[in-house]
Design a protein around this ligand. Sequence first.
Ligand SMILES: [Zn+2]
Length: 474
Amino acid sequence: MEKRSEKNAKLYRPNIRKMILFGGISLFVILFVLGFLFLLPRINLKGKGVMTINIHEPYQEPGYQAQAFFKDVKDQVKIKSNVNVDEMGTYEVIYQMKINGFSVKAVRTVKVADLEAPEITLTGDSLSYVCKGGEYEEVGYTAVDNVDGDLTSKVEIEKKKDKVIYRVSDQAGNETEVERKIIEGDKSAPSIQLGEGENDFAFVGESYQDPGYQATDNCDGDITANVSVEGSVDTNQVGDYKLTYKVVDQAGNESQMVRTVRVREKGAPGTIYLTFDDGPHNGTTEAILDILKEEGVKATFFVTGSGPDSLIKREYEEGHTVGLHTSSHNYATLYASVDSYFADLQAVHDRVYNLTGYDSRIIRFPGGSSNTISKHYQVGIMSTLTQEVLNRGYQYYDWNITSGDAGEAKSADEVYQRVISSLSLEKVNMVLMHDTKTYTKDALRRIIAYGKENGYTFAPITIETAMVRQRVNN
Ligand SMILES: [Zn+2]
């Protein structure tokens, strides 16, 4: 029994060995295959395999990894893409590499779609007031979509008692909704219109008549009758007088406007204001100053940014008025905008001030206030400037007699004839001349002699001299 069992045990033993051997080999093979698979080249995509991006927005590669035989082989990957972010559609990004005879590929799907809702822009405030008992009147709105463009006509409006709802959808189905709140009440102040505008004029010794005004309110209508006027104009004295017009609507919103009335000396009839533009100018200005000095006549020079400083000093020191004509005298610059006009005027103002200490407030517009050339640079600029110079403390002087020395007159004699034939003892004579012209210099002594012989007086313009204004045409 014992032997037999021993024999049996002997017989059984090799089977266990085989099993262990077989198991070991199997394990080895499995590990080998797994390891081999792990070692094989492969590409792993980061991020989503199917991506959706908004049209026109750049495709941003989320990244990828590539490995083979324990090595990073990312630089072996070649990428092919047909993505067009400017056109909606489904595209592919293909990642490929060939390594040791193995070819590996990964694909990412990219969908370009309209993910953006249209935008609605409300004109005015998103909070709107309506007068009591009144209805909201649409002020306006626009709708624009990134893909469909202008969708304003597609906006649907729902009016409720306390709000207006605006809705619109684009073709991709993105929806936008905005609201405008409606509140009953009057938040708008009345408006006051002054006849003749904010600047008016009167002569010493003559009575002043208010040119009138009107007040209207968005809810109350015409409330002119409620306007109160404060202030008064004393036409016995030269000065700037302010009249304040005030009005309040039923909701308590107040408005006011101020009118400045400039009371000036009318100037004695038969006065001649000799005015010289565009200087100073070497040669001619000296000669003109010499004649004026010899004749004991004071005049007005509207100077620019050019010519010698010494002549501006001399004009001032010899008792003439130094007026401002602008620094550049360049229409295209001056009349391009209110700001560029005043920048140029300030430049010549400062030149005169620095040379003489005189803060000149007396100006002449190049081309005169009636010029039409300024239309080429800005429509309506003269209407604005003629008011704005007054608001900024200047007075402007056009002319009522032209010597023709800017080009029409062909000789000194012609300049003389043009001037004397226009003079009148019944009016103030504002004579336009140019101290840059030799004809003027040569005609000046005869003009002065004629004036003296015929009962005229000569005077320089001062801030008390009433403005001589032409009709504004732009
Ligand atoms: Zn000029």
